[in-house]
Ligand binder design. Structure first.
Ligand SMILES: Nc1nc2c(c(=O)[nH]1)N[C@H]1C(S)=C(S)[C@@H](COP(=O)(O)O)O[C@H]1N2
Ligand SMILES: [Mo]
Length: 153
């Protein structure tokens, strides 16, 4: 069976699936947090410099400074026990994040990005966008238009 959260190659969708920028965080116990851009902006913000969106198929863009809230910050505030997060966009794209990836204490942590080069991301740009700085291969983890994050125990 094909794992749609681990695509091998993909032509990026240029158009947002909707104009609703809020996302749902589904906890393993079934509880749902609805998070707007303003909600995410109320958490401590960080910036990560020298980010690239890299694709052999359709070029490389950057360097960008992406800003927003570290995924780890959200998890510490709202989730207790989880092992895997399915980060899924409104156009059905997605990736998996494993808890140890956040626990590593990286200087370039996985981010729920709200800004690019100091300016608010537009919906067209991918708001809210997952930025995985360690992924420098094919941009398959740089998920635009996050619709929901499903946490698995
Ligand atoms: N939601 C969503 N995110 C996505 C994609 C997509 O089709 N949908 N394509 C991925 C791929 S294959 C690439 S190359 C980059 C393109 O990012 P850009 O539009 O900022 O250049 O987004 C990634 N994130
Ligand atoms: Mo891509």
């Amino acid at each position: 069976m094909t794992d749609t959260l681990s695509p091998h190659s993909h032509d990026p969708n240029p158009e947002p699936p909707s104009y609703d920028t809020s996302l749902q965080l589904l906890l393993p116990d079934g509880h749902v947090h609805h998070l707007s851009v303003a909600d995410l902006g109320a958490f401590p913000q960080i910036e990560i410099v020298n980010c690239y969106i890299i694709s052999t198929g359709h070029g490389t863009s950057g360097p960008f400074v992406f800003g927003g809230v570290a995924l780890q910050t959200i998890m510490e505030a709202l989730a207790q026990s989880w092992s895997q997060a399915e980060v899924i966009s409104g156009d059905g794209f997605g990736t998996r994040v494993y808890a140890p990836e956040l626990a590593e204490g990286s200087e370039r942590p996985i981010l729920l990005a709200l800004t690019k080069d100091g300016v608010a991301l537009t919906r067209q740009d991918g708001l809210v966008r997952l930025i995985v700085p360690s992924e420098t291969d094919d941009a398959l983890r740089q998920v635009k238009w996050i619709e929901r994050i499903n946490l698995l125990a």
